[in-house]
Design a protein around this ligand. Structure first.
Ligand SMILES: O=C[C@H](O)COP(=O)(O)O
Length: 253
């Protein structure tokens, strides 16, 4: 049995109150679409509360980051429990924009995933190679190291989703070949099986992210071991996000 697919939208630092109309449109279009697949929107933290109401029963909501600690003197940060308090059930950790822009290490990402678990959230742990690593043929070595160091012991199919996002594909309009995506996802599944056992590894959802659009979604989502997508730019427009959700098979069984 293959995992239930997940289509996740990451709004990044985009979205004001007036853009909630996009969520209203997604909510309207997604009625009944959640059969056999899970839908998720990760808006900016400022819109989480309103998003929870608009998407209730249609799509889950999630945070884009959380602090590793439960509470304390961390000005500007958001605890995983605060996200859960607003109705979030997922949180993205280790996005390459956090790793690069905020100096987050694999150890930081691992601690954030553990914080997410403590709050009852599913952690979407992001991995991805740079253009330099890609061109130097170092991709699998880099990804293997990130996976080993970013995913905590105790991972399960319920508490964790892995998102493979080649950094060079994010927001660039470029995507790896379907063969390259398939090879990476096979590698990640195998790697997880060696550490956590086949049953756990087979249940964990492996998302692809990086320039997923309505016109390439069906091809990418049909790849074996791709259990959904993490979508940035295209999730900001309801019509595009809904088209990608529609392109996602309910199950590969
Ligand atoms: O979290 C989402 C990814 O960074 C992908 O962004 P993108 O779809 O705009 O390339």
């Amino acid at each position: 049995m293959t995992p239930r697919p997940l289509i996740a939208g990451n709004w990044k630092m985009n979205g004001l109150l007036r853009h909630l109309t996009e969520l209203e449109a997604i909510s309207g279009a997604c009625a009944g679409m959640g059969e056999g697949k899970d839908l998720l929107i990760c808006p900016p933290a400022t819109l989480l509360s309103a998003s929870a109401g608009l998407l209730f029963g249609k799509a889950a909501i999630g945070g884009q980051d959380c602090h590793a600690e439960t509470s304390g003197a961390y000005t500007g940060d958001v605890a995983a429990e605060m996200l859960a308090d607003l109705g979030a059930t997922y949180v993205i950790v280790g996005h390459s924009e956090r790793r690069a822009g905020h100096g987050e290490s694999d150890a930081d990402v691992r601690a954030k995933a553990q914080a997410a678990w403590r709050a009852g959230l599913t952690a979407i742990i992001c991995l991805g190679e740079s253009a330099e690593d890609h061109e130097a043929g170092e991709k699998l070595r880099v990804l293997g190291a990130q996976l080993a160091a970013s995913v905590p012991d105790g991972m399960s199919a319920k508490n964790t989703v892995i998102a493979y996002e080649p950094i060079w594909a994010i927001g660039s309009g470029r995507t790896p070949t379907t063969e390259d995506i398939a090879n990476v996802h096979d590698f990640l599944r195998q790697n997880l099986a060696e550490r956590f056992g086949k049953e756990v590894a087979d249940g964990v959802r492996l998302l692809y992210g990086g320039s997923v659009k309505p016109d390439n979604a069906a091809e990418i989502l049909a790849i074996v071991n791709v259990d959904g997508a993490l979508i940035g730019g295209a999730s900001l427009k309801a019509a595009d996000f809904v088209a990608i959700c529609r392109a996602c098979p309910s199950s590969k069984d």
